[in-house]
Design a protein around this ligand. Structure first.
Ligand SMILES: [Zn+2]
Length: 260
């Protein structure tokens, strides 16, 4: 398994990052793409990738929550980081009208700029979309042909959005959201429509602790070692064998991100 999205730069991992990585390898995770989403986490994601060659990789980008911080300085630094061989994708970038931490025009500006940087760097994009499908799709559609690949990470939207992203030949990242017996039911239906070769799995750690996890840890922190619970929930929803689906999603991740 490859965890294509884990926020390992998060400070909740500062005390036990090495132990957490060991637990991930012991659980059958082969590699982790560490999400960069802010000026600080981009640097830390690259440092982690450099310290764990062949196991950890990084993305570099500015999350829509932080879009107001977009300026020439951060744009130049992201362009520079995108040239590093350990940085496999631009992002996390996109639009989030649910939390709405940055004004919409500023979110769109930062998103468009980062898609441009991905085209320049010839790297795929790691995308975030929440409650912003129409604007997100309109912007992505304009850039899609020029991008070498893209994944809509932590997909939680409906059928219309899913079909639109698949029509743009996007990969779809599924998190432990699908393990949630309260709000994951729609996703359990939808995940069956995703072609096997477009499916990716991720923890989005430390967020989205799988609710099917047994025993439930005392803290609510998610970590890459829990990726098998996401895989099992996706396989169950699709009526497929978990080991086979694990191999398929791993091959998908290697192809999209160019992991040898
Ligand atoms: Zn996200």
């Amino acid at each position: 398994m490859i965890d294509i999205g884990a926020n390992l730069a998060h400070d909740s991992f500062d005390a036990d990052r090495d132990a957490l990585l060991q637990r991930a390898w012991d659980a059958g995770v082969e590699a982790i793409v560490v999400t960069g989403s802010s000026a600080a986490s981009n640097e830390q994601a690259l440092q982690l990738a450099q310290a764990h060659p062949g196991r950890l990789y990084a993305t570099t980008g500015l999350h829509p929550h932080h879009a107001s911080e977009w300026d020439e300085t951060i744009a130049a630094r992201i362009a520079e980081l995108a040239r590093e061989p350990q940085v496999l994708a631009l992002g996390e970038c996109g639009l989030d009208y649910f939390r709405d931490y940055s004004p919409h025009p500023e979110q769109r500006r930062a998103f468009v700029a980062q898609l441009g940087l991905a085209v320049q760097a010839d790297k795929p994009v790691f995308l975030h979309q929440r409650e912003a499908h129409a604007d997100f799709h309109a912007i992505l559609r304009d850039y899609r042909r020029a991008l070498p690949g893209c994944v809509v990470h932590c997909f939680t939207d409906g059928a219309e959005a899913l079909d639109a992203y698949l029509a743009l030949d996007c990969h779809i990242g599924i998190t432990g959201w699908i393990c949630d017996e309260r709000r994951g039911l729609g996703l359990r239906e939808l995940v069956r429509r995703i072609p096997a070769e477009r499916l990716l799995i991720e923890t989005d750690a430390p967020y989205l602790l799988p609710r099917n996890l047994k025993p439930t840890p005392k803290h609510r922190r998610n970590e890459p070692a829990f990726l098998p619970w996401v895989l099992q929930a996706v396989a169950y929803a699709r009526g497929e064998d978990a080991a086979q689906l694990g191999a398929q999603t791993t091959a998908n991740a290697r192809r999209l991100f160019g992991i040898a």
